[in-house]
Design a protein around this ligand. Structure first.
Ligand SMILES: N[C@@H](CCC(=O)N[C@@H](CS)C(=O)NCC(=O)O)C(=O)O
Length: 410
């Protein structure tokens, strides 16, 4: 089977191929510098001899270095592994489904289980997408400290989904953007098995600028089309969508932690809200809920400081998130468009919404709504998502179900 997008993605767009190339080029420059003859000093036979000797040594050194660099590059190339998404024969034992969203209007035929932390921005992105598309799915709320429900998996990050293939086995996909692209590809043309489509999103490893080995999912911002681009899509609209999806992952998301865990008090406040939003009181025993709040808040308060430095944010962290909200709304205004997708949200809207919704109960979000124009767009996307979302059914009930929630569940 040939899918259009995989052929039309220019290789230079795939970031993992950029780095080795850049290393190769810069190392050759170093090699050439070595090969350059050393500076001449005053004439005389001994100086000439020295110069010849020097340039010979230099040239040899340069060539040896160049060969060594090429060999080393070749070797690091070999280490750029690519692996297909894992497939599990049976749904893992002892995994407790926390809740499910059931939408009778769902015609996708998909059987999706989402392993998540309720307020992780990447998980919020996936939920925003699934809800907006009206897909029914099961949720496993993972304890962020003990992580018992993902013990079976080699991948330890959330979000992660298990999706049932036609042969009854389950394909495991990680990375919020890859999950969204995979399911969006499937929804566009259901004739190909989801397990087969998942092969277009392999995990690759590469070396970053600091020679650190990293992993990522190839093609994660790309949808795969069998024959032709769907109606209403054009190269420009797709590029725009990809640009802002990437922005949500590479910029916006990094502003969340420094803004929500600035102080220890704010970190506890945020985790109390997480507990409420994730219904930790009813899905986990009391001691586990407290462990998640106290360990989580303290850890995130420390991590937020590291992240602030890593992403070169000033002490006025709010100004960065206000700038980001303004950048988004200015782009909408410039396009005279309600959503980035036009009259309807597209994957960029859902991604930006998802990331921001992860802090909806935090002071930082309230400040954004008060100090920027993000609210109008945000609540309009939220309304559509809520309208399309399936009915919530709670499964794992450990604690007391508060009367209000009980009523909502029924
Ligand atoms: N690029 C990934 C990032 C996922 C990620 O970093 N998830 C965090 C939770 S917010 C996680 O699982 N961290 C646990 C760990 O790194 O072990 C995505 O888009 O899904």
């Amino acid at each position: 089977m040939s899918l259009q997008r995989i052929n039309s993605v220019p290789f230079r767009n795939l970031f993992h191929l950029k780095n080795p190339k850049r290393y190769a080029v810069s190392r050759n420059i170093v090699g050439r510098q070595f090969a350059t003859a050393p500076k001449r000093t005053a004439g005389g036979p001994s100086t000439l001899k020295l110069a010849i000797l020097g340039s010979t040594l230099g040239a040899t050194g340069g060539t040896v270095y160049s060969l060594y660099s090429n060999w080393k590059d070749g070797n690091s190339h070999k280490e750029h592994e690519r692996s297909a998404p894992a497939v599990v024969a049976e749904f893992p034992e002892n995994v407790k489904i926390t809740k499910r969203f059931v939408n009778p209007k769902d015609t996708s035929g998909l059987d999706v289980t989402l392993f998540q932390f309720q307020t992780c921005p990447f998980c919020c992105k996936v939920r925003a997408f699934l809800d907006f598309m009206g897909i029914s799915y099961k949720v496993v709320e993972v304890d962020a400290v003990l992580r018992q429900d993902i013990k079976w998996s080699a991948q330890k990050k959330v979000p992660m989904v298990l999706i049932r293939q036609r042969d009854g086995r389950y394909v495991q996909m990680t990375d919020s953007s890859a999950i969204i692209s995979l399911i969006a590809t499937y929804l566009n043309d259901k004739s190909t098995d989801i397990g087969e489509l998942a092969q277009y999103y392999p995990t690759i490893s590469f070396f970053d600028d600091n020679q650190k080995k990293k992993h990522d999912i190839m093609n994660k911002y790309f949808l795969m089309y069998r024959d032709q681009t769907p109606k209403g899509h054009s190269k420009d609209t797709e590029e725009l969508e990809r640009k802002w999806r990437t922005w949500a992952d590479s910029h916006l998301v990094h502003l969340i932690s420094p803004n929500c865990y600035q102080t220890l008090d704010e970190a506890f406040e945020t985790f109390e809200w997480f507990s409420q939003a994730g219904e930790w009181d009813i899905h986990f025993p009391h001691w586990e809920r407290n462990l998640m709040v106290y360990v989580g808040a303290t850890a995130m308060w420390g991590i937020a400081k590291i992240l602030k430095k890593r992403h070169q944010l000033s002490d006025d962290v709010r100004s960065h998130i206000y700038d980001a909200c303004n950048k988004w709304t200015k782009e909408l205004a410039k396009r005279n468009s309600k959503y980035m997708g036009g009259k309807q949200p597209n994957l960029a809207d859902l991604s930006v919404f998802g990331v921001l919704s992860s802090m909806e109960g935090c002071q930082a979000f309230k400040d954004c709504v008060q100090n920027t124009n993000i609210g109008e767009w945000f609540y309009s996307v939220k309304e559509l998502i809520q309208k399309n979302r399936g009915q919530l059914i709670r499964e794992r009930i450990e604690g007391e179900l508060p009367t209000m929630l009980n009523a909502a569940a029924n």
